[in-house]
Design a protein around this ligand. Structure first.
Ligand code: AMP
Ligand code: GLY
Length: 400
């Protein structure tokens, strides 16, 4: 099949890599030097025009921005098979106010919250919450629109910084898990649960990022927790929206069961890098079925070996990022180095974004998957690079 992958990050490189391994002809747009290793790149975001010139059998959308701009609606109107959420469904991700009200309306477990449309409303709302309290900007913020405030002065500063359209919500205690399902408008197939590491520093310290690393191990959620998440979170959301594409529930596994921190309407990044490394099904066939409304009775197979993805970030990330640092050692890495923020220049491969590479490997158990991944990370170098050294450590601790 001819498959078009929309997006230009590590997630898209991982999806394209996996589909190329199945023997498909891959096109990507806007693409990156990683997707260029596995197919033809169209460095443009005029996706419909690209589809009209190559006639893909299937298109898969990675990021939220084209989904929110209506790429799925446009492709369907033009008769192209595509996996993704419609513009309307994308509101579950693009507006936190919309998303929280949706959860409340259809009865999905989530943190208690108040919405605010002005700084004054937000400051009034803060009075009814205990500390720590969570302050969230309404719109898309690439993982940077959430502040967990420990005391009133910090909360007031967060309101000034992120406002005026805000969600203020109760702080939930628990393990955070990324639970992603593929939907065809009616039926749902669950991917393995993964765990992301959102803070920039070891031990979950420092500011939030888009995600500094993830691991995928069949034990992250128990069968009972998966069923709870499917019944209480996913089923009501899919039924209320006839959801198509990937629905990502960011769950907090609390003492009272899973609660939904957020919905995303796409695959996670870097969760996808770990997932694509582990999946053992005919992925293109499953995606084609999702695009065609034929997911009934589909289940996914996974390799027994856990996988780990460590994000190597550029100088300054998640703040102002420096680019143009030369990357060396890529060809000495035995892991898969998924490209996220790289560019090809006459010097070679250089950094061009915050999250530069997602180095991903597996192993017979989680400990060796972690060791294999870091052995490759240590072979790669660029000035100013930083990465977390504890990706997967939560799993090791839980299963010690
Ligand atoms: P979100 O974009 O809503 O997923 O928030 C980003 C990150 O902030 C999450 O991945 C959590 O680590 C943290 N977070 C968000 N909401 C809460 C909450 N209610 N309680 C505790 N942590 C939260
Ligand atoms: N890794 C978190 C996300 O993709 O939103």
């Amino acid at each position: 099949m001819k498959i078009l992958v929309i997006g230009s990050g590590g997630r898209e490189h991982a999806v394209a890599w996996r589909l190329a391994m199945e023997g498909h002809e891959i096109f990507s747009a806007p693409g990156n030097p990683g997707t260029a290793q596995v197919g033809k790149v169209f460095p443009s975001s005029d996706y419909l025009a690209i589809a009209q010139s190559i006639h893909p059998d299937l298109t898969v959308v990675g990021p939220e921005v084209p989904l929110a701009a209506g790429v799925v609606d446009q492709f369907r109107a033009a008769g192209f098979a595509i996996v993704g959420a419609t513009q309307e469904m994308a509101r579950l991700e693009t507006s936190k106010i919309y998303s929280k009200q949706f959860m409340q309306r259809v009865g999905i477990p989530t943190a208690r919250f108040a919405r605010a449309e002005s700084v004054a409303e937000a400051l009034a709302a803060l009075r009814v919450f205990q500390y720590p309290v969570v302050v969230k900007a309404d719109g898309l913020a690439a993982g940077k629109g959430v502040i967990i405030a420990q005391h009133a002065a910090e909360a007031q500063a967060a309101v000034q910084l992120l406002g005026p359209r805000l969600i203020i919500e109760e702080f939930l205690q628990g393990e955070e898990v990324s639970f992603i399902v593929l939907c065809d408008g009616r039926d749902v197939v669950a991917l393995e649960a993964t765990q992301d590491h959102k803070r920039v520093g070891d031990g979950d310290t420092g500011p939030n990022t888009g995600g500094m690393g993830a691991y995928c191990d069949g034990r992250i959620l128990s069968a009972k927790q998966i069923q709870q998440a499917l019944d209480k979170v996913i089923a009501p959301a899919v039924a209320a929206t006839n959801f198509t594409g990937f629905l990502y529930a960011g769950l907090m596994i609390t003492a009272d069961g899973p609660k939904t921190l957020e919905f995303n309407v796409r695959l996670g990044d870097p969760e996808t890098q770990a997932l694509m490394h582990r999946i053992d099904s005919d992925w293109a066939d499953v995606l084609m079925r999702a695009a065609g409304g034929n997911l009934k009775n589909v289940s996914l197979q996974w390799k027994a070996e856990p996988s780990v993805c460590v994000v190597m970030a550029a100088y300054g990330y998640p703040g102002e990022v420096r680019s143009g640092d030369l990357i060396t050692g890529l060809n000495q890495s035995t892991a898969q180095a998924f490209h996220a923020g790289t560019k090809t220049t006459e010097r070679g491969t250089e950094t061009s974004g915050g999250r530069v590479l997602g180095v991903t490997a597996s192993g017979p158990d989680l400990r060796s998957a972690i060791a294999n991944t870091y052995a490759s990370v240590e072979k790669i170098h660029f000035d100013g690079m930083h990465y977390r050294r504890d990706i997967g450590a939560k799993g090791l601790k839980r299963w010690a």
